[in-house]
Design a protein around this ligand. Sequence first.
Ligand code: MG
Length: 425
Amino acid sequence: MVPGASHAPVTGLSERWAGLGGEVGVAVDSVELWRVELPFADPVATARGVHRRRPLALVRLMGNVVSGDTRPVEGWGECAALADTTFDAEDVDRSFEVLGHQLVPALFEQLASGHHRLPGPAHLVGTRDAAPDAPLAFAALEMAVADAHLRAEGRSLASLVGVEGRTVEPGAVVGMTESVDELLARVGRLVSQGYSRVKVKIAPGWDMEPVAALARAFPHLRLQVDANASYRPGDGPGDDTGGHLAGLDRFGLLCIEQPFDPADLGAHAGLATRLSTPICLDESLDSPRRVEEALALGACSVVCVKPARLGGLGAALSVIERCRRSGVPLWMGGMFESGYARGVNTTLGALEGMSWPGDLSPSRSYLTDDLVPDEGMTAPDPRNGLHGAPAPPIRAVPRGPGMGTPPDPGALARYGTLRRVITSR
Ligand code: MG
């Protein structure tokens, strides 16, 4: 549990999610799809190129509350697909097309067969089946459906999952740098801001030396490493990757994340028998069923929760509940979301079962402008500054209604590159 953060019981999450949409009727007339490009503060390099902007696909449902007084209501969803397919089979342009040509038409079909009432987010099976290979696009639509129902009911996601008014301590992420000195300087800045958990990226040739330097310079920092599937089981001195990575054990890391190919659960299970550092999976975990497989095989002992990658908020809540029940440590991952979706992740990050600060630093730490106002940090809790370090930053979960403040029309006008409206008739 994150020190200083308060947590609500997690019991009944799936039931609460399944019940959303049962209270107030919502009719949807049209769906607006947006493609926007937000400016990154620093370029982000992936295996497929350097990205200076974060393209995002957004879904906006527009309709009316039809129980009692009729009034307009909207629902916003954000797609986490990235600019390229380095980490997922979907990129943002594919998600946008799948939403426009498959998922939104399927939603309208489902609406027509259900007396034109918007189903709850847990009851979109007919819609999801229209594009089973596009979980990230579906997750965006599911988020919009949930947001519309929450707005119609005048409540927040936080109230639905029982974390209203809670706070979380965010962790920070640092990419690979040109030198170990630069890495130490960047992590040092974060430590001086009070971050108590930092994740750094590793890869063959960039692992022992930087991690040893960090462990020496910041002995009290909670450090985790993310390999983004950059190792192969036969890499390393003497073709012994396991033996090489076991060298990380002496640094007391929180976990090593996704060393091998996402499809190769067996390699991760084999590595787990040789390391005392817990193995966490991220890219491998693209559905609740995959989480079950990985845990059953012993391929991981820690789970990174990324709602979009798992197939949506409903899938994420079921994974959180399942892992919480069996004591599997969890933490919230991030995908360079806008502040809107990062607020959603922050809400989930306040749930019981989150074992340490997730990738929940403010979106303004990687974007120079955003779709929603900068919610920033609330005042740190001075009780939490450990070992003489500054108190860690604290984030409040969005108050709602719905997922939080919806995207600002001015920001959409500034950063929108494509807008498509689909109507039900
Ligand atoms: Mg990762």
